[in-house]
Ligand binder design. Structure first.
Ligand SMILES: *[C@@H]1O[C@H](CO)[C@@H](O)[C@H](O)[C@H]1NC(C)=O
Ligand SMILES: *[C@@H]1O[C@H](CO)[C@@H](O)[C@H](O)[C@H]1NC(C)=O
Ligand SMILES: *[C@@H]1O[C@H](CO)[C@@H](O)[C@H](O)[C@H]1NC(C)=O
Length: 588
């Protein structure tokens, strides 16, 4: 552990220097709003602004009626309401309850979770200070697994609105309200433009997992919308640059490409191990280039396939997060590798890359859209989406961006039919004979999974190889092994007993795949040969198991260390930029 503090300091220095030049001085974060309409009592009637929280599910394009309830106890909702014998489930025929709670003492998400479990339909958090509305964000720290399960919408209201509502309730008034998201997004025409600001790093914990889950579940819908011309989707990637004075430092060299011009934070937040920031920037660049090249050939939706397959086939934890593996994915999908390589250019060259330069420029807000400072961020019709990054809620947002009556069918019913295996076999493995495939179309989009044919299980990665395995494997193409029929007698190098591989039958020598040659040999030497094979097999298996054990131990330690460091090292841009300007989003 002695070396850690040094690495930690360097990392911190780099973060500070990197972010110092990040356009924070001009950063403009836009708090996305919906409205809260109080319909009674008469004295309070009117429309109040509230800020959509960055968790839970806002009902974009919709409205929700309810009555406001201020709990008798546990008013900050930091503890489960069960502990106070309080429940806010509406009685049959009753209006849904919007629970009004006070800001402070615990995470916003904790309040949302406790409100949801008490039966409330929405949670209104009243600010405890006079200030412009802020965005309630999700915390970075662990112990917040429930965030993914928050499904009720949340909104922050001003201190003044909170005081008014509480006063009316104290007077015994019934407070009826309507939460309205119909105007949260502009919906000017028949096409929705949306952007997803993401990154290719797959080792950043909950946030990275959330991005991947979103890509996995939204891919099918995104592709249908794009193919039918309903949407224009563009992926984006945030990059930083190293200040000139540090370009030659070890830190800039390991975190940046093109001589300090484009950088990303170290994935493990530890410079001494694993992948470096420059690996992430390079993969981000490849992903942008995949999009560009696919878009030029009028197939922009291929980006979703590439990103999904890359994450599955080339994860950091399997040490496959590299260019070679990326090229394999590109080839499987039938994308033009040469064009992509040309777009990526030379990462070591001391010159600008026009593609990454354009990404840096795009980070800065334009018009109604603020600067992108939270990763991941979804921008729909030039407005930042707030709420959980989840299929149905994002679809609601996209759908609310169409001019009325022009929305596609998927907005009205969710069952969409596609068969993604029809095109290019979905990028999955296909048998030479063309009649056995690893592509399966599911409602979550296609998966590449080795099939079971006539009871014979195929094994492999599903993308580049699948081989018949186990009992019965010799029935399929003779298990890929050599076979010869002479004088009505068939000899084969395939054996059902062996789980894999081909072995020439006794009396034959060869690789077992392309050839086996008859040879006079005594039965005993073949027997001994067989024993040697078993002996080596066992030795190999033992070594393999040990390697897996060591690897597991290491990745466990890595994640422990990362968790500890993450508490001290704000690497996400929103936290560091927050320190330099008034808070416009917070997690408590
Ligand atoms: C969240 O939901 C998932 C699936 O519905 C469930 O397995 C998990 O236990 C839930 N987590 C919590 C903290 O309730
Ligand atoms: C993608 O292609 C469309 C039409 O060919 C074009 O209008 C759009 O600007 C392209 N997007 C990017 C990011 O290159
Ligand atoms: C696939 O085609 C080959 C040759 O046409 C045939 O021998 C084999 O039985 C077929 N396999 C299946 C599973 O249909």
């Amino acid at each position: 552990m002695g070396r850690r503090p040094a690495a930690w300091c360097c990392a911190l220095l780099l973060v500070l220097t990197l972010t110092a030049r990040w356009p924070a001085a001009t950063a403009r974060f836009v708090v996305e709003k919906n409205s809260l309409r109080v319909t009674s009592p008469a004295a309070l009637r009117g429309v109040y602004e509230c800020a959509i929280g960055n968790f839970g599910m806002p009902q974009y394009g919709g409205t929700m009626h309810g009555v406001v309830v201020y709990p008798k106890a546990n008013r900050k909702a930091c503890k489960p309401f069960e502990d106070f014998d309080l429940s806010f489930k509406p009685k049959p025929g009753g209006l849904p309850v919007f629970l009004l709670v006070d800001r402070g003492d615990c995470y916003f998400t904790t309040k949302g979770w406790n409100a949801q479990n008490s039966g409330a339909a929405a949670v209104l958090v009243a600010d405890d200070r006079v200030e412009p509305l802020i965005t309630m964000d999700t915390p970075e720290s662990s112990g917040t697994e429930h965030i993914e399960n928050i499904t009720i919408p949340s909104a922050l209201i001003s201190k003044r609105s909170g005081d008014d509502l509480r006063k009316a309730l104290e007077n015994g008034d019934m407070v009826n309200v309507l939460l309205d998201w119909r105007e949260s997004l502009p919906h000017p025409d028949e096409r929705v433009e949306y952007e997803f600001w993401t990154n290719s790093n797959d080792e950043c914990g909950a946030k990275c997992d959330m991005q991947m889950n979103f890509v996995r579940s939204f891919r099918a819908i995104a592709q249908v919308l794009e193919k039918r011309g309903y949407t224009q989707f563009t992926p984006h990637y945030i990059t930083w640059y190293c200040p000139e004075a540090f370009v030659l430092s070890k830190q800039c060299k390991s975190q940046c490409i093109n001589h300090g011009r484009y950088c990303a934070p170290d994935p493990e937040q530890d410079f001494s191990t694993g992948y470096d920031g420059k690996d992430v920037v390079l993969q981000n660049l490849i992903q942008i280039c995949v999009f560009k090249v696919a878009n030029e050939s009028r197939k922009p939706w291929m980006w979703w396939d590439y990103v999904h397959d890359f994450a599955v086939r080339c994860p950091m934890k399997e040490k496959k997060y590299n260019r070679e593996c990326a090229n394999g994915v590109i080839k499987s999908l039938g994308l033009e590798l040469e064009k992509i390589n040309k777009c990526v250019g030379d990462p070591d060259a001391d010159k600008e890359n026009p593609v990454l330069k354009a990404e840096q420029d795009a980070q800065i807000g334009r018009g109604s859209r603020g600067d992108v400072t939270i990763l991941p961020t979804l921008v729909v019709n030039n407005r930042q989406y707030r709420g959980k990054l989840e299929k149905s809620s994002v679809l609601k947002a996209v759908c609310s961006g169409f001019e009325e009556t022009t929305e596609p069918d998927v907005c009205l019913r969710e069952d969409i039919e596609t068969n993604e295996c029809l095109e290019n076999n979905g990028g999955c493995w296909l048998h030479k004979a063309g009649n056995v495939t690893a592509c399966k179309d599911t409602f979550r989009g296609r998966v590449c999974e080795c099939p079971i044919v006539n009871g014979v299980k195929f094994a492999g990665d599903g993308y580049t190889n699948c081989e018949a395995s186990g009992v019965g494997r010799c029935q399929i193409n003779n298990g890929g092994c050599w076979k010869e029929t002479k004088n009505g007698k068939t000899v084969s190098a395939c054996s059902n007993e062996e789980s894999q591989g081909c072995k020439c039958p006794p009396g034959f020598r060869g690789d077992g795949v392309t050839s086996c040659k008859g040879k006079v040999s005594t039965a005993s030497s073949v027997g001994w040969g067989f024993l040697w094979v078993i002996f080596f097999g066992l030795a190999l298996a033992g070594a393999g198991a040990y390697a897996v054990y060591k690897y597991r131990l290491r990745s466990y330690m890595d994640s422990e260390i990362r968790a500890i460091m993450a508490q001290y090292m704000p690497l996400e841009s929103q936290e560091t930029t927050n320190q330099q300007r008034p808070v416009d989003h917070a997690d408590i």
